[in-house]
Design a protein around this ligand. Structure first.
Ligand SMILES: Nc1ncnc2c1ncn2[C@@H]1O[C@H](COP(=O)(O)OP(=O)(O)OP(=O)(O)O)[C@@H](O)[C@H]1O
Ligand code: SF4
Ligand SMILES: [Mg+2]
Length: 375
């Protein structure tokens, strides 16, 4: 996990926020992606709405298995064959429904309109081709550059992403480079054709902390100088705090809280978001500080029972949470901020629920809680 020091609310407040009157570059409406498996239907993404504007960054945050990668693969149209996108799901890029795009046009969708940076750089790089061959092939195929122009542009891209001695590295194979350098090359490949939208799915988790910061800074710098929209996916709320305009928190295939980064941090409403926040280490903490962790595990999203999927782990859970499913509703502080919770934090109902459970030492779901962890 990334050390984020004194970030969180303060860093988020420095961010300009998502409030913007620009049109949506990407709009996802009612997206449901299920897998039929011998164990039942896995509802990996179950009714998600998202919006990304040109020149802005959306952070998608959630624990392992919450549906972040399936969601991004659905946008990229690179889902596994066993995935089923349910009727009524819509993914619009610049107003065009991606479901209607022809296979021929699809070939140019990746790279030119949409690009993705994966957690493992070797997912995008071919081990038997040099860095230069991979970059120039992309440039020649999508942009029609001749060999000489493609080489010049490839070296410019390698320079832009901070590869030292780019002319030498041009002739090297991926295995000659460190993990951080390989990830820089995949970013060069991803931005080669100036995509409208870049999706970075956990682009730094395999790298050490210093290199993580450099890669995230690089993505931020690239975006600041272009009109590219970006989705930054991570399990670490600390990573998106100072680097995004808006955030969507995912749990069990659904968005449970979303809003401009500033509002989300200053008026956090969902107990799951709060738990993710509490799990971020801070540089100012004394050594050996016990980090509160979220009790329990994320649920399997196979044939989910009624009620709130977070109820078994939620310190605020009440009887209603076990039978009714909360929907995303506008929070009280901003129309752009919404949360799916019957007892939102910072509201009288939420405070009463949390205090009642803390003094009883147990929630309505039967989960025992330590009152020291319920602030
Ligand atoms: N091909 C598949 N077949 C069946 N289930 C799948 C398949 N791919 C993903 N899933 C399931 O869909 C759910 C969401 O998976 P996803 O990979 O999107 O999670 P994630 O949020 O990206 O997690 P992580 O942080 O570990 O990358 C999980 O329960 C996962 O097991
Ligand atoms: S209070 Fe209830 S509805 Fe809100 S997150 Fe907890 S279990 Fe879900
Ligand atoms: Mg993933």
């Amino acid at each position: 996990m990334t050390e984020v020091g004194e970030m969180t609310a303060d860093a988020a407040v420095e961010n300009p926020g998502a409030a913007s009157s620009r049109g949506a570059l990407l709009e996802v409406r009612g997206l449901r992606v299920w897998f039929d498996t011998p164990r039942g239907q896995v509802r990996a993404v179950d009714g998600v709405d998202l919006r990304v504007e040109a020149g802005r960054t959306l952070g998608i945050v959630g624990e392992s298995g919450s549906g972040k990668s399936v969601l991004s693969r659905a946008v990229m149209k690179i889902l596994a064959p066993s995935a089923r996108v349910l009727p009524g799901s819509e993914i619009l890029l610049d107003g065009v429904d991606l479901a209607t795009v022809s296979p021929k046009r699809n070939k140019h969708l990746w790279g030119v309109d949409l690009a993705m940076v994966f957690q493992d750089p070797m997912t995008s790089l071919t081990p038997v081709l040099t860095i230069g061959q991979q970059l120039t092939e992309t440039l020649r195929f999508h942009l029609g550059l001749d060999r000489r122009a493609a080489k010049t542009e490839a070296i410019r891209l390698l320079t832009q992403v901070g590869i030292p001695e780019p002319a030498t590295r041009f002739g090297r194979y991926p295995h000659h480079l460190s993990g951080g350098m390989r990830q820089r090359v995949t970013i060069a490949l991803a931005i080669a054709c100036s995509p409208k939208l870049l999706i970075a799915d956990e682009p730094t988790t395999a790298l050490d902390v210093t290199v993580q910061q450099q890669i995230l800074d690089l993505l931020g710098d690239l975006q600041a100088t272009t009109d590219m929209g970006m989705i930054l996916i991570t399990h670490d709320l600390g990573v998106v705090a100072g680097r995004t305009d808006s955030i969507a928190v995912m749990y069990a295939g659904k968005v449970v809280e979303t809003g401009p980064t500033r509002q989300l941090f200053s008026h956090m409403r969902h107990p799951y978001t709060r738990a993710l926040m509490d799990a971020i280490p801070r540089l100012g903490d004394p050594s050996h500080t016990r980090l509160p962790s979220i009790p329990g595990r994320p649920p399997t999203v196979i044939d989910p029972p009624a009620g709130c999927s977070f109820a078994p782990r939620c310190p605020s859970a009440q009887a209603r949470c076990l039978v009714d499913t909360p929907r995303l509703e506008a929070a009280d502080d901003s129309p752009q901020h919404s949360a799916a919770c019957f007892y939102p934090l910072g509201t009288p109902a939420g405070d009463t629920a949390r205090e009642a459970n803390a003094s009883a030492g147990v929630t309505a779901a039967g989960t025992r809680i330590d009152s020291r962890d319920v602030i």
